[in-house]
Design a protein around this ligand. Structure first.
Ligand SMILES: [Zn+2]
Length: 167
């Protein structure tokens, strides 16, 4: 496993049908919203040509540490995602069908793979992070350990209930 090559002419890699495996280290990717990589991203980059356009496939496997919104404990969220897109220069965008994804390389044929990986990871993260049900232990511990502490008089709505009964 190597690091993601920078300053590579991916157009050329498409001509060669080149594919490589690489890793993105945990400190190389910055995720928004306080999410952190639990382990390096295992990345598979596959370059090819489809008709006359370059085509890029990225397979991303990693996991991210999220905070469960129910019990507030951290947990690991596994990610296995793929991106497939045409790799084009500015002048080639017009050749890509409307319903196809594309990535635009710079004049040297280079693209920022790590940025693309980061964006994809953020895209697949859940809107509300939660443990799977069976693994989540919400902290209602106080009430459970000390059931005697929860008497009816502690309940501010108890008075309300009394009032309702009288009317
Ligand atoms: Zn939880």
């Amino acid at each position: 496993m190597s690091t993601v090559p920078k300053n590579v002419d991916y157009r050329h890699w498409c001509d060669l049908n080149k594919s490589i495996e690489a890793t993105v280290d945990t400190d190389e990717a910055t995720l928004s919203g306080g999410a952190k990589l639990a382990r390096p991203v295992e990345l598979e980059i596959t370059c090819s040509r489809y008709k006359r356009l370059g085509r890029l496939k990225l397979h991303i496997v990693t996991s991210v540490i999220l905070e469960c919104q129910r019990c507030l404990e951290p947990f690991e969220f596994g990610i296995d995602a793929s991106i497939e897109a045409f790799l084009v220069g500015e002048h080639e965008i017009e050749y890509v069908d409307d319903d196809e994804d594309y990535l635009v390389h710079n004049s040297e044929g280079c693209i920022d793979i790590i940025k693309i990986v980061q964006d994809e990871i953020e895209l697949v993260l859940p809107m509300v992070a939660k443990h799977p049900d069976e693994q989540c232990q919400p902290k209602t511990v106080f009430g459970e350990l000390h059931p005697e502490a929860k008497s009816e008089s502690d309940n501010p709505f108890a008075v309300l209930t009394d009032l309702k009964k009288r009317t």
